[in-house]
Every structure is written in C-alpha cells, then in structure tokens.
Design a binder for this molecule. Structure first.
Ligand code: DLL
Length: 433
C-alpha cells in the first residue's frame, strides 16, 4: 500500500521539476536568513540565482558536522526561535552534540515521510507497533511515533531498554510490528527465548529496523529468530531523523529516498567530486523543505551508492544501497582499508558464529592491530578444544581471504558480549591518541 500515491509515484520529470523549484526557493531563503550560508556562498562566489538546474547544485559548498558544531546551538536557525516547536540533538560521541530544530511544518512533513516509510514496509492502520527506539533527544522514538499515528496504527511507546518488560508486552499485547535497532531486535529475540517463548508465542510480522549498519546475514538471523520480515530504515537527526529512506516490501532491496524533500548526491569522500550514478561513495543530502534548520549539501559520512534501476513497487523515488559503513569508521590495518561491515559479512557466513561481535583496535610498534572477538553458539562452545581451534583458524582464514587483513580472532562464550538497547557499540579503540 502507498501512503501518498501522487507524490510517491510522481513521474521523474515532474519530480525533478519540483526539486528544482524547491531548491531555488530554499537557496533564496537560506541566503537571506542564515549568516553562515550567506558567508559560505559569498566565499565561493555563488549567488542563489546562479543555480538554474539540479546539476548547478555542484557549484555550492558542502556543509559538515563540524559546521553544525561551530554554530552550536542555534546559529544555523533559518526561522525566528518562536517558530521552533521541537529541538533534538544527536548524542555527540565526539565533541559537542549537533542540534536540530523543527518548526511545526517540519514536524508535519517528518510525520508524513515516516507514514510513507512505514506503509512501504507493509504497516497499515490495523497494525500495532511496539516502538522500542529510544524516546528523547534521539529521533528514533518520536519519529516513528508520529508517523505511526498518521497512518492510524496503534503505537506502544516502549522506548529502548527494560528488555524483560518488552517481551511481556510483545507476548501480551500482541503487537504486529517491531521498531528498534537491528542489534536490539536480536537481543529481544534472545530474551524471548530465555523467557521460554517461541516464535509462535509472538505475533510480530514486520520489523522496521535501522539507525545502525547491518548486513544481509544479520537480516536472515533476525527474520529467522523472530519470524518477521525485517526491513531497513535510514535516517539521521540532521535531516530530521528516521524516514529519510526506506526499503519497500516489494523489492526488499535498496532504500527509496524521498526525493521530493531531499536531493541525494554521491561524492568521492577524498576529493569531493560528484560520482556517476551507481558508484559507491559518501552520501550528501540537501534538504528541500526543512524550515528551521535546512542543510545544503550536507556530508552524511555514510557510504552507499544510488541504484539506477526503477523499482518494481512503482515508486519513482530512487533507491540507495544498504549503507555499508561510515567514512569515519573505516579501519586501516597495515595499509589495507576495511569497513566493519565487510568483517561482519564474513563472520555471518561461518557456521556456529553468533551475530554478536566486537572489533578491538590496538597499536603495536605504531601499527594498528585488529582483534575480532565473536560469540559462538552454545553447542560449539562446549565442544572440544581442537574444534574451537579449527573454527578460530577458519574465521581468521576467511577474513584474510575476503578482507585481505590479518586479524587475531577470539571466540567468546555465548551471551558474553554486552547487548545494547540502542545502537550497538562494536568498535573498541584502545589505540593511544
Ligand atoms: O539514527 C535516526 C534513525 C532512527 C534512523 C531510527 C533509523 C531509525 P542519528 O542518531 O543522527 O539518527 O544517527 C544517524 O546512523 O548517519 C548512519 O551512520 C546511521 N544509520 C541510520 N540508519 C541507518 C541504516 C538516527 N539503516 C546515523 N543503516 C547515520 C546504516 C544507519 N546506518
């Protein structure tokens, strides 16, 4: 089912005309109201009226997370503070948090895009949604909540954590949809088992999972454990939150990015050059309709590509490939670049390995070393030492073959790696900085 038939299936030509109209209006607006943008545009020698086609967007400078930090908290505002009705901030593991303000219209559009997204995964009015994304400054909880209400589904505002209660509710209230991070959904599946419930005791049919990278291997594990269709949802606080892009249930391949509100570009992260459609690089997004904190050519640091082929679902908005990592998460092990997702893919192919792992970085004589700590299943762990040793060697060899790096592999006891109610923390950096 399609939430907004007209917009979601708008012919490409009309969609691009709408983008250009919105882009021009946006540039006029930010140039007039945000000193930061006026200064940046002036430095580059461009005026809003120089942008007359979508490809002219390339004339404009990028905006980065550092720009948001330097303008902390409210210097990027494009509307008077009285028009702001909500303020979110991202956690800021490195440095100050980034602050994003929303006008009434921003919240309304976000709710609509979330409604589109949920419906694309197969959620309808009759569904009830166990929303286990965190409510608070994090955008997951409230983002899903407003979208679910828009389509008239019943939301259970659980937020993250309190895992035993989540299972009780999942069993007793019979929700049909689960929204949380992929890693938390695995933990919920594990806890359900521990509490003596099987797949047949829970009634979930769909999982709308995102906020962190995950692989096809993890998807299979989640679908199997919970008996659901697990779909990928992408978003970031800077754009609004969840619902920027979504996998549709028809293709279950690539995520439609809502192009009437966002213009995606893929760039070479080192040179800033725009890459041809289909090539992998850093995703850059321009917000077309955001009022309070519009962003021009915002560098997301997320790595993906644009899928050229039209989708079988009939939506005309292009798809981005599953996010394969972040530019700042790339590991360099003795000169070889590797993303955590590549290691995850290898691990998920090995029988007896559980979807819980950590990548521990350390340094030895100035060089980065990597330890892959991965849980193995119960049966295997109680096996004889020799078999464990063989498994370890096998994982090490597979990593060497597919990622071209040498990693130390440690097998961890089942359930020994800490579980998270939100985004999993998989990289532990012990290098001295
Ligand atoms: O994570 C918003 C969100 C909430 C998205 C719920 C989906 C569901 P931030 O905390 O600002 O916002 O983090 C944004 O998380 O730049 C990506 O690196 C990562 N991310 C989000 N969704 C995905 C995904 C929310 N589906 C950052 N796959 C982004 C991979 C994702 N990474």
């Amino acid at each position: 089912m399609i939430y907004d038939d007209e917009m979601e299936t708008l012919p490409r030509e009309a969609l691009e005309a709408l983008q250009l109209k919105r882009l021009k209006a946006l540039l006029e607006r930010v140039y007039a109201t945000v000193p930061f943008y006026r200064r940046r545009f002036d430095e580059c020698g461009v005026k809003p009226e120089d942008v007359n086609s979508l490809s002219d967007l390339r004339k404009l400078p990028f905006t980065t997370k550092d720009d948001l930090r330097e303008n902390y908290p409210f210097n990027m505002l494009a509307v008077p503070m009285e028009q702001v009705i909500r303020i979110h901030a991202s956690s800021g593991t490195t440095g100050k948090p980034t602050v994003i303000c929303h006008s009434r219209r921003d919240i309304e559009i976000w709710a609509n895009l979330m409604a589109r997204s949920l419906m694309a995964t197969g959620v309808t009015k009759g569904d009830s949604i166990q929303n286990a994304y965190g409510y608070g400054l994090f955008t997951g909880g409230l983002g899903v909540h407003y979208g679910a209400e828009k389509i008239g589904a019943a939301v259970i505002p659980m937020s993250g954590g309190n895992t035993k209660l989540q299972i009780q509710v999942m069993h007793d209230f019979k929700p049909t949809v689960l929204t949380c991070t992929p890693s938390y959904s695995l933990y919920l599946g594990e806890m359900a088992e521990e509490m003596g419930y099987s797949k047949d005791d829970i009634y979930l049919r769909i999982g709308v999972l995102g906020a962190e990278p995950w692989s096809e291997g993890i998807r299979r594990q989640i679908e199997e454990k919970l008996g659901i269709d697990a779909l990928d949802i992408y978003g970031l606080s800077e754009m609004m939150g969840p619902g920027v892009a979504i996998e549709c249930k028809e293709a279950k391949h690539g995520l439609h990015i809502w192009e009437d509100h966002f213009i995606p570009e893929i760039i070479n992260p080192d040179t800033g050059e725009v890459l041809p459609e289909g090539e992998e690089g850093e995703l850059v997004i321009t917000t077309l309709t955001r009022e309070a904190t519009p962003l021009i050519r915002y560098r997301t640091r997320d790595i993906t590509s644009i899928i050229k082929e039209p989708c079988i679902c009939g939506r005309t908005h292009r798809r981005i490939a599953r996010i394969s990592g972040r530019t700042d998460d790339m590991l360099i092990i003795r000169g070889v670049n590797v993303f955590p997702s590549q290691i995850e893919q290898v691990l998920m192919q090995v029988e007896g390995v559980e979807p819980h792992y950590q990548l521990i970085l350390d340094s030895e004589k100035g060089l980065t070393t990597l330890e892959v700590r991965v849980e193995v299943s119960e049966g295997i762990f109680s096996d004889e030492v020799k078999r464990l040793e063989n498994l370890k060697n096998k994982i090490q060899a597979e990593i060497k073959e597919h990622c071209m790096i040498t990693a130390k592999v440690t097998l961890a006891e089942p359930k020994s790696i800490e579980r998270s109610a939100g985004k999993a923390k998989r990289i532990i950096d012990r290098r001295k900085t």
